[in-house]
Design a protein around this ligand. Structure first.
Ligand code: HEM
Length: 418
């Protein structure tokens, strides 16, 4: 995805040179330009509950400290997820609904119906299959020549896993990351690479495809894939009759199950390459994969933020958040909060409390697939250290996507020793 033609020049974006009250971290090119962490650092330090009057679809608050994020995320009664959970609002003429952007009881009912697909016993059943597929993908990689890790490994493995969660036709599986990328290429998250009408047209094709699959699943005995679970649960079996609600939930499950883990798989390769001492530790003790994985997720923070809407006036750190205002919790910042995490800008795979991060959120919306993501990543690193003793060499500049929401790597040229 290319940078927007209208994006501000880098000289106008230096967070330390700008007056504090003009700081707007929702510019979707900040991550691409390597500036996002500096924006967050300044906000944490100087204005941890920050008002930006010029958001993508209106003014918003930025909450950047770890403990404040946990406090807001845990308080769904005062801070609602209804309709929009990104800094900008979806346009009124195309706003698919889903359970991440809903409050109880709708949220609880819909989440409960699909959770069995990623429940602990189900993941235990899938572990062998994930390992076998990971081994096959790694064994097929070229040696001694440059290839794109994102396409060959990160997209392929997360797509295979998601195809299993949906029981999606195997030969068409690459449609899933395609639809995921289309979903996240939205103006409301700072991405201007795809015209809104084109995005809507492609997502309606996604809906048509899944509506056919739904009909098949509804006619078959119940199984543990997402569609079968929705089609057979009395609480959700009519969802197909509300096309935009069905589509919204598909978009949630596709992006949730794909993009986030994909970008952690790519980010991890960069972090291990940049920190050879950490890779050496992992090689010496592959059991460290269990703590390396949450560290990779913290360090990448593939979901940069979630947004809430205040349902009442709230006093917060001397600021008055008013009913109806948008509140953005910057997980990417909480994960680098120096008052909670020691040496937060260092990548350290054997931290004593590796899962003490906010990358999966908190409260009733806490990531439904967090164990599934960790499992895939752990297996990946266990299989990498078995095969590639000198690691994976990054041989070119990684390319990053345009977004204030999903922090991703779109290309990663690497080489594995012959
Ligand atoms: C490293 C990988 C992942 C990260 C960083 C991540 C991050 C997140 C975050 C930050 C939230 C919102 C939490 C909140 O609002 O408090 C979330 C929710 C969600 N995630 Fe993940 N996720 C990941 C992987 C996955 C996977 C593999 C799946 C599916 C298999 C998934 C499915 C979902 C769903 C369905 C929700 C909505 C939960 C709700 O609203 O109740 N995620 N995720």
């Amino acid at each position: 995805m290319s940078m927007s033609a209208t994006a501000a020049p880098a000289s106008q974006l230096d967070p330390w040179a700008l007056p504090l009250d003009t700081l707007d971290p929702s510019d979707g090119t900040l991550y691409q330009r390597g500036l996002l962490h500096e924006y967050m650092r300044r906000l944490r330090r100087e204005d941890p509950v920050h008002w930006s009057p010029t958001g993508p679809t209106g003014p918003y608050w930025s909450v950047t400290r770890f403990d404040d994020i946990v406090a807001i995320d845990s308080n769904h009664r005062a801070f609602s997820s209804d309709r929009d959970i990104t800094v900008g609002d979806a346009p009124d003429d195309f706003a698919p609904r889903n359970f991440i952007a809903a409050d109880p009881p709708t949220h609880d009912m819909q989440r409960k119906s699909v959770t069995p697909a990623v429940a602990p016993h189900r993941l235990a059943e899938l572990e062998g299959l994930i390992r076998q597929r990971t081994a096959a993908v790694l064994d097929a990689l070229p040696r001694g020549e440059t290839f794109d890790w994102v396409d060959r490994v990160s997209i392929e493995l997360t797509t295979q896993f998601l195809a299993t969660l949906f029981d999606f036709p195997w030969e068409d599986r690459r449609l899933l990351p395609y639809w995921s990328d289309v979903t996240t290429s939205a103006e409301q998250v700072g991405n201007t690479s795809l015209p809104a009408e084109e995005r809507e047209r492609i997502l309606m094709e996604c809906l048509a495809y899944f509506t056919r699959l739904w009909a098949e699943r509804a006619a078959q005995p119940p199984k543990f894939d997402f569609l079968s679970l929705l089609a057979h649960n009395p609480d959700t079996r009519d969802m197909v009759d509300e096309p935009l609600e069905f589509l919204g939930n598909l978009m949630l499950l596709i992006v949730g199950g794909n993009d986030t883990t994909r970008n952690s798989m790519s980010g991890g390769v960069i972090f291990m390459h940049d920190n050879p001492g950490e890779f050496a530790k992992l090689k010496a003790d592959p059991g460290l994969a269990a703590s390396a994985v949450p560290e990779i997720i913290r360090y990448q923070s593939p979901v940069a933020h979630m947004r809430r809407t205040a349902l009442e006036d709230v006093e917060f750190h001397g600021r008055r958040i008013r009913k109806g205002q948008r509140v953005v919790m910057w997980y990417v910042s909480g994960n680098r909060d120096e008052s909670v995490i020691e040496r937060p800008d260092d990548f350290i795979i054997d931290r004593p409390r590796p899962r003490h991060h906010v990358a999966f959120g908190f409260g009733i919306h806490r990531c439904m697939g967090n164990r599934a993501a960790e499992l895939q990543l752990r297996i990946l690193w266990e299989e990498i250290v078995k095969r590639f003793p000198s690691g994976i060499e990054v041989v070119g500049e990684p390319e990053r996507n345009m977004s204030n929401f999903i922090l991703g790597i779109t290309k990663l040229p690497v080489r594995i020793a012959a």
